[in-house]
Write a protein that binds this ligand. Structure first.
Ligand code: ADP
Ligand code: MG
Ligand code: MG
Length: 515
C-alpha cells in the first residue's frame, strides 16, 4: 500500500484560490447537471413558482484519499453481496421468521408484509425481481489496529441513490486535476495529487444496464393487440434529487433506446391500470401528455415507497399493492425491500449466531464467504437477557455503539451516550424495532472543504463513507440472469456528525484518490 497522505493534504488555499475554486465548482455543477432542486426553506415556493431553479449538489472541493486495497475488496465483494440478498429475498420462510418479531412492533414493516401476503394469496404473476443495490462502507482503523480495514455500514435494497451524481463529482475532480499547470482552474500542487485521478465511475452505465436487462427479460407484450414497452420510474413528489434520477433515464433512452416515464406516487393508480380480463396482469401506463397512447410497463423502478412518509393514506398502500401484483418486474419487490432491513443485517452479522452466509451462498467457496464476513461489524439484538442489551445499557460500552431502527434515508439512529436512557425508556416489546451495531472507527485525519447547496462553505476534519453499486436480476427459483458490480459513491461528512446521508443534509458528494 502506498503512503497514506500526511496532514499536509489537502494543500492549503489562499482566500483568492478558494474563492476561484468555489466559483469554478458552482458553475461546473450547473453546466453539467451536478445539481439538486433548492429546498423550499431557502427559496420559498412563492419565489420559485414554476419550480425552475436548481443549485449545486453539496460537493467537496478536493477528492478524498481512500486505501486501494479496501476499495478493491469492496468491489470484489459486490457480486457476492448481490447474490446474498437475492437469495434472502427468495427465501420467504427464513425472511418471514425474522419479520414475525418486527410485525408486532413496527407498523411500517407490518404493512409491507401484508402487501406481500395479499399478493402471494392471489398468486404472483412475475417470477423475476430486479435489485439496484448499494453496499456502504467505512474504513475501520481503531487505535492500535494493524492497518485500515473495510467495514459495511449497511446494505441498501431500495432507492439506492446518487449513482448519477457521484460519477459527475469524479468527472469534476478529474477536470480540476487535469487543467494545465498554472491555469487558475486547478488545485495548488501537492505530491499526493501528482499524476493522480479518481478511478473510473461507471455507476450510471451499471444501473441503467440493470434496468435494461430487466426490460429485455420481460419478453413480448402480453395484451392483444400488443402494446409498446416502457420502464416506469415511481418518484416522490417535489423530488429535490431529480437530476440523479434523470442521469439513469437519459441513458436508458439515448443508449438503450428504451422509453422511460416518471410518475409520482400519488398518481400511480390514476396513470396505470391492470386490465381485469387479462390473467397475466400487464401493467398499463397512460401518459398524461398523450392520453391516446397506451404503454405496457416491463419494469417499475421505485425511487419512492421506501419511507413511512411515502404512504400518506390507504390509497398509497393500494398503489404499492397494485404494482406488486402486476406483471411488471419490480425494483424492488416487497421481499427484496424487506431483505434490506437493518434487522436482517444484524442477524447475518451476529457474532455468535448461526452461519447463514454459507447456506445462502452455498455455491461460493468458503474463502470468499470468509472475506464477506470480514466486512461485518458486530451487531446484536436487544433481547432482555442478551449480550446486546448489556452492551447498550452500560455507558462505557454504549459509547462504541449505534442503535438503528428499520428505516432508510438517514437521520433515524441513536448514538453512544444517548443509547442507555433511550433503551430504558422503551416499552417491553419496543426494543424489537432496533438493532445495536458497533461503531466503525474511521481515521479522521483528512480535512476538506465543502460547498453546500445553499452556498455555505464549511472546512474541517472529515469522515468518508464509500458505496459500491451493483445490479442483479433473478428468478424466484434461484436462477440469476444478470449480476454486475460497477460504480461507486463517496460521501463525506464533518467528523463531529454521527449521521451520514446527502439528501438528509449531513454529508456531501465527494470522489476518491486511491493510495
Ligand atoms: P440509513 O439507511 O438511514 O442510511 P445507515 O445505517 O446508513 O442508515 O445509518 C446512517 C448513518 O449513520 C451512516 O451514513 C453513518 O454515517 C452512520 N452509521 C451507521 N452505522 C454506523 C456504524 N456502525 N459506525 C459508524 N457510523 C455509522
Ligand atoms: Mg439505507
Ligand atoms: Mg445509509
Amino acid at each position: 500500500m502506498a503512503e497514506c497522505p500526511d496532514s499536509s493534504y489537502p494543500p492549503p488555499l489562499t482566500l483568492t484560490q478558494e474563492q476561484f475554486l468555489l466559483s469554478t465548482i458552482k458553475d461546473w455543477t450547473i453546466q453539467n447537471g451536478l445539481a439538486v432542486r433548492p429546498s423550499p426553506t431557502w427559496i420559498p415556493e412563492a419565489v420559485d413558482q414554476k419550480a425552475v431553479l436548481a443549485t449545486n449538489a453539496p460537493v467537496t472541493i478536493f477528492p478524498s484519499p481512500f486505501p486501494k486495497p479496501c476499495f478493491d475488496e469492496a468491489r470484489a465483494m459486490q457480486d457476492v453481496y448481490n447474490e446474498l440478498y437475492a437469495a434472502i429475498a427468495s427465501n420467504e420462510e427464513w425472511l418471514g421468521n425474522i419479520m414475525e418479531e418486527l410485525i408486532d412492533v413496527d407498523d411500517f414493516i407490518s404493512s409491507l408484509w401484508k402487501v406481500h401476503q395479499a399478493v402471494k394469496q392471489e398468486g404472483y404473476v412475475q417470477p423475476l425481481s430486479l435489485g439496484l443495490f448499494r453496499s456502504d462502507y467505512m474504513i475501520h482503523a481503531p487505535p492500535g489496529s494493524a492497518g485500515p480495514s473495510l467495514k459495511q455500514v449497511e446494505f441498501n435494497t431500495i432507492s439506492s441513490s446518487f449513482g448519477g451524481l457521484s460519477s459527475l463529482v469524479a468527472s469534476m475532480h478529474t477536470e480540476l486535476l487535469s487543467s494545465p499547470p498554472g491555469c487558475p482552474m486547478t488545485y495548488p500542487s501537492h505530491p499526493f495529487l501528482d499524476g493522480k485521478r479518481p478511478p473510473q465511475n461507471p455507476a450510471v452505465e451499471t444501473l441503467s444496464a440493470g434496468l435494461a436487462a430487466a426490460h429485455a427479460a420481460y419478453g413480448p407484450s402480453k395484451p392483444k393487440p400488443p402494446l409498446p414497452l416502457c420502464i416506469l420510474f415511481v418518484v416522490q413528489e417535489k423530488e429535490r434529487n431529480i437530476f440523479d434520477q434523470l442521469a439513469l433515464s437519459r441513458r436508458l433512452i439515448s443508449v438503450h433506446k428504451i422509453p422511460v416515464f416518471r410518475v409520482v406516487t400519488s398518481e400511480v393508480l390514476e396513470r396505470t391500470s391492470i386490465p381485469s380480463g387479462n390473467p397475466s396482469r400487464p401493467l398499463i401506463y397512460l401518459p398524461s401528455h398523450s392520453p391516446s397512447t397506451l404503454w405496457e410497463v416491463t419494469t417499475v423502478y421505485l425511487r419512492s415507497f421506501y419511507a413511512p412518509t411515502d404512504y400518506k393514506s390507504q390509497r398509497d398502500w393500494d398503489a404499492r399493492t397494485h404494482l406488486e401484483r402486476s406483471a411488471a418486474i419490480n425494483c424492488p419487490t416487497i421481499l427484496s425491500q424487506l431483505s434490506g432491513c437493518k434487522k436482517i443485517q444484524q442477524v447475518l452479522a451476529e457474532p455468535a449466531g448461526p452461519d447463514h452466509l454459507s447456506r445462502f451462498l452455498s455455491n461460493r467457496d468458503s474463502a470468499i464467504i470468509a472475506r464477506l464476513r470480514d466486512t461485518f461489524a458486530p451487531q446484536h439484538d436487544l433481547s432482555p437477557v442478551g449480550r446486546g442489551r448489556e452492551l447498550a445499557l452500560n455507558p462505557e460500552t454504549a459509547a462504541y455503539h449505534v442503535l438503528k431502527p428499520q428505516r432508510e434515508g438517514g437521520g433515524n439512529n441513536i448514538y453512544r451516550s444517548s443509547i442507555p436512557t433511550f433503551l430504558r425508556s422503551m416499552s417491553d416489546t419496543e426494543w424489537k424495532r432496533w438493532v445495536l451495531m458497533e461503531l466503525i472507527q474511521s481515521p479522521a485525519a483528512a480535512r476538506n472543504t465543502v460547498l453546500r447547496s445553499d452556498g455555505q462553505v464549511l472546512s474541517g476534519h472529515v469522515i468518508g463513507e464509500l458505496g459500491i453499486f451493483g445490479t442483479i436480476l433473478w428468478n424466484r427459483d434461484g436462477t440469476i440472469l444478470h449480476n454486475k458490480e460497477g460504480g461507486w459513491l463517496m460521501r463525506t461528512k464533518g467528523r463531529e456528525s454521527d449521521e451520514g446521508g446527502v439528501a438528509a443534509g449531513f454529508s456531501s458528494l465527494d470522489s476518491i484518490i486511491l493510495y
